[in-house]
Design a protein around this ligand. Sequence first.
Ligand SMILES: *[C@@H]1O[C@H](CO)[C@@H](O)[C@H](O)[C@H]1NC(C)=O
Ligand SMILES: *[C@@H]1O[C@H](CO)[C@@H](O)[C@H](O)[C@H]1NC(C)=O
Ligand SMILES: *[C@@H]1O[C@H](CO)[C@@H](O)[C@H](O)[C@H]1NC(C)=O
Ligand SMILES: *[C@@H]1O[C@H](CO)[C@@H](O)[C@H](O)[C@H]1NC(C)=O
Ligand SMILES: *[C@@H]1O[C@H](CO)[C@@H](O)[C@H](O)[C@H]1NC(C)=O
Ligand SMILES: *[C@@H]1O[C@H](CO)[C@@H](O)[C@H](O)[C@H]1NC(C)=O
Length: 444
Amino acid sequence: MPVALVLLLALSCLIQSHGAGNVCDLGRRPNTRPHSVSILEFGAVGDGKTLNTIAFQNAVFYLKSFADKGGAQLYVPPGRWLTGSFNLTSHLTLFLEKDAVILASQDPLHWQVVDPLPSYGRGIDLPGRRYMSLINGYMLHDVVVTGDNGTIDGQGLLWWDRFNSHSLKHSRPHLVEFVSSEDVTVSNLTFLNAPAYTIHSVYCSHVYINKVTATTSPESPYTIGIVPDSSNNVCIQDSSISMGYDAISLKSGWDEYGISYARPTANVQIQNVYLKAASGASISFGSEMSGGISDVVVRDAHIHNSLSGVAFRTTKGRGGYMKEIDVSNINMVNVGTAFLANGSFGTHPDSGFDANAYPLVSHIMLHDIVGENISIAGEFFGTKESPFTSVLLSNISLSMNSDSPDDDDSWQCSYVEGSSESVVPEPCFELKGFESSYGRAVAL
Ligand SMILES: *[C@@H]1O[C@H](CO)[C@@H](O)[C@H](O)[C@H]1NC(C)=O
Ligand SMILES: *[C@@H]1O[C@H](CO)[C@@H](O)[C@H](O)[C@H]1NC(C)=O
Ligand SMILES: *[C@@H]1O[C@H](CO)[C@@H](O)[C@H](O)[C@H]1NC(C)=O
Ligand SMILES: *[C@@H]1O[C@H](CO)[C@@H](O)[C@H](O)[C@H]1NC(C)=O
Ligand SMILES: *[C@@H]1O[C@H](CO)[C@@H](O)[C@H](O)[C@H]1NC(C)=O
Ligand SMILES: *[C@@H]1O[C@H](CO)[C@@H](O)[C@H](O)[C@H]1NC(C)=O
């Protein structure tokens, strides 16, 4: 057996022993609640014009009293339910019937403004505070947002225009956000037009996202589908996501704020997903990764019409790590750069970052991948101070389009070391074997 293969096998055992491969298999509790009330009972009007924020807030407040009685369901019947932001509560199921559409108000006054997340120190778009998301969970247990494929529409156009014209007062809201929550399920729903992220879980554990369709316009600026952020035990499966920027992005905080908050994203499993990312990457890691990202398994993904397929982004000042990441069984069609790793990517929250906080990027496995109509196979740009190490490529076959540079240039590499086995087109020499670009054997 070739040495590279032995090492790949050893590494895959190592990754499996970390358990990331099992997150989706864990049994989910049946989400039947002994009590159910309809939003109609709280005076809501589903005409697409009446503002129902108070109805949602009152319904959730009422259903809090069922938390110790097995929880309750808030039922949203067919209709167009306009609302500003509201909070969920523990042991609650928000259920959207088929043809029920929750519509986000386009008046920023209907969106509460809240403090920035401690691991970011500021909003993502602007310094300072940020708009609260449309649907929020804060310090909850056992909460479910589901339905018979009902829709949550963020009507994001207004926010995208304000972002583009630099007229936002605060950073844009997300569509659904869970903070410091456990045992969270989002399933069987369609999400449209998120102002920024569609589903953001931050400081959470046991997050299960299943059968979700999420779409924003390809022109929407920096919209992202699902963002597991400083969260562990996360499963994303059987979903279809098409976004302006990234489809799925794993994050863990920004520079000095993320380093001091020190909450990693770990044990994430992503499987059976259909992804498109117009101006970003279908699956991205970082660039905010200061709390560390590890033990991630991605398998059975279809990536199409994306600027990049799988991207690792970081920069000096981030600290943290991205390691033990196993990406396999991927099918890519019409993708600019299949694999991108950029160690000089992204900006800083403020001038307080530590320029000597170098990120570590290591033990990345990409294998069993086919691609069609790809322009650039791989771009790996580590930095002198923190080269990427142990990047393992195996069984990759990419058919390149005529936009691609000469065969010799379809991989572009600097400050990276790794190995490869059965990769077409042939990778850069840095990724070809165990003699690294520094002329020493690479120890795994
Ligand atoms: C929603 O929860 C946040 C805390 O995350 C709190 O600041 C806000 O006042 C709550 N809003 C309502 C309407 O309860
Ligand atoms: C999910 O949505 C589908 C399609 O609308 C529906 O047939 C199914 O019953 C839903 N599943 C659950 C668990 O509600
Ligand atoms: C939900 O609706 C979307 C949009 O209409 C559709 O593409 C998707 O297949 C549906 N999902 C399910 C589970 O029925
Ligand atoms: C190849 O992919 C590019 C996008 O990267 C797309 O614009 C083009 O239409 C695709 N070509 C074919 C033949 O599908
Ligand atoms: C890395 O990111 C920086 C900053 O966005 C950019 O200038 C540079 O071109 C990127 N490198 C690659 C190979 O994409
Ligand atoms: C190579 O990867 C393809 C999927 O892209 C898979 O069908 C095939 O079985 C793999 N070959 C080996 C030898 O593992």
